[in-house]
Ligand binder design. Structure first.
Ligand code: ATP
Ligand code: MG
Length: 197
């Protein structure tokens, strides 16, 4: 078996910068954006004894009553997860209602970020309200970027969703693209309990 040769050089220099809250983006068309964000929330929650703060998850496209595996588990361990949407789909009858929910949701998420009460705030599927232009009446992407830029410096923010706007990518510290190589859905396998929800 061929094993990789050990690296001759360190892959990066010794970090010289200060620790601070990060803006982390998980985007792309492959599976894993939300689940990776949930993994980070779990990791952060596991260090509550160090930072002494809460972790909060907002979901922009899920309904408040969603009961996926993550909702059940986060409820058990005590990580608040809040659906802000109406389960928008392309069939949605009332786009203006979805848009209004997204605006209300952003005001809530913004308040949580600005409060400084949270070690980490996850904005799951936040790219969609931005792409659909739902936040335009309240300042759009520019206002979002300004809020994130001005946030208390120790607050970590994690954003997920496909087609992340370039303005957010530009501002972010860590950006990962989940690229689809294969997805079971494409060979006709339906969504499964415990894997997709
Ligand atoms: P997950 O929540 O599983 O981490 P995700 O957040 O990366 O997925 P979303 O774009 O939010 O992906 O998609 C939500 C649902 O769509 C999930 O059930 C996921 O399995 C499914 N999905 C993700 N990528 C693809 C794809 N390339 N083709 C079809 N379905 C996909
Ligand atoms: Mg997702």
């Amino acid at each position: 078996m061929q094993i990789e040769t050990p690296p001759q050089h360190k892959p990066y220099e010794k970090p010289e910068g200060e620790r601070r809250g990060l803006l982390i983006v998980n985007t792309g068309d492959g599976k894993g954006k939300s689940t990776a964000a949930f993994g980070l929330a779990l990791r952060a929650f596991g260090r509550t004894h160090v930072h002494g703060k809460q972790v909060k998850i907002f979901q922009f496209m899920k309904v408040p009553t969603a009961r996926f595996g993550e909702h059940r588990m986060f409820e058990q361990i005590g990580i608040p997860i809040e659906g802000l949407g109406d389960g928008f789909s392309w069939k949605s009858q009332d786009l203006e209602h979805s848009a209004q929910l997204a605006r209300d949701g952003w005001q809530k998420a913004k308040a949580a970020i600005q409060s400084g009460d949270y070690f980490m705030v996850v904005l799951d599927e936040f790219t969609y309200p931005l792409i659909y232009g739902w936040l335009e009446p309240i300042g759009g992407i520019e206002a979002v970027v300004q809020t994130l830029f001005d946030r208390p410096r120790d607050v970590h923010v994690v954003i997920t969703g496909r087609r992340c706007p370039p303005e957010l990518i530009e501002l972010a510290d860590t950006v990962t693209e989940m690229r689809k190589i294969k997805h079971a859905f494409n060979i006709g396998i339906p969504a499964q309990r415990g894997i997709e929800d």
